[in-house]
Design a protein around this ligand. Sequence first.
Ligand code: SF4
Ligand code: FES
Length: 375
Amino acid sequence: MTGPPAPPWALLAELTHGCPLRCPYCSNPLELVGRSHELSTEEWEDVLWQAAELGVVHTHLSGGEPLLRRDLAAIVAAAEGAGIYTQLVTSGNGLSASRLSALVSAGLRSVQLSVQHADPVASDRIAGHRSFSAKERAAAVVRDAELPLGLNVVLHRDNLDAVDAIVDLGVAWGAERIELANAQFYGWALRNRTTLLPTRDQLSRASEVVERRRKQLAGTTELVWVVPDYFDGVPKPCMGGWGAVSLTVAPDGRVLPCPAAGTLPDLDIPNVRDRSLEWIWRSSPAFERYRGTEWMTGPCTDCPRRETDFGGCRCQAHALTGDASRTDPACALSPDHALVRALAEVPPPDDPESADAPRYVYRGARPEPRERATD
Ligand code: SF4
Ligand code: FES
């Protein structure tokens, strides 16, 4: 890459990998960072100040479940003090009125709430935890605090046919923005790919619903539809390009160009415990590795879209071909595209309630819940 990189504007702060939910599409790694290895309050404060000096103006406080951090208000206050806009990304479990009030006093600006389905039973089954009623209460608490609320729904075979109802739920809960993101297959999600992959018919029906609801809700609720790249032959510009606009700090201080980059075996991942954020962003081999277009191989080399999608997703290229430097197989021009086409040809969805329905592989050994939430 010639010249220094432009400054990043966004920081994904993964405060903890701890989480009460066990979503089968979790993109966090198979091996989670233990609580005893997490950055301390002071270390996060330092990271946020360094990030602001580097140019970051927006942070997602995420996890896992960031509410598990007792020092969350202090971390929010550090971001606010450094001039960084904070959005809490949460399952809603543990978000009481008093907890939110403390976070708002510290400077929290908005909340993004994850929901698995519009139906409580299905939502709890997908989450692997009785959590729907806590989410409903959390949405009410955010609305009462007059904070902007976003709903974040990962879509897959088990909930794509409920998109209409999910949008209704978001509107009823007072969401200003509903992000409908088709599942991506990194980390734990790879274990459940066969069970989660939708059919083309499901996707096309859901896409029509989103178009119709978008027109209906124009000016009141924003609907964001993140297309599944396995199906349309067009790779996504993952993270807006490697080391181009954002960075991720993992719970143990490793700094990554994308949340899944820890899965790449030969990346020398830097850590804020050893190096400054500025050096990591500007000069570390991990961030330089796939920055820009000079690293590209195969059809990307002289493709007119190379500055648009940056060759797609490095982690997906590695997951499917074992080589992160290859053209993303999601691209129809990739010599490996047949791998993605074969995966996208899956049987029609089974009834998730039937006895022989495919079962999710959850983290941990607890059995899959089948009962309605009662908490
Ligand atoms: Fe993007 Fe490379 Fe495919 Fe061109 S060949 S569309 S740059 S992934
Ligand atoms: Fe890592 Fe796409 S998820 S580059």
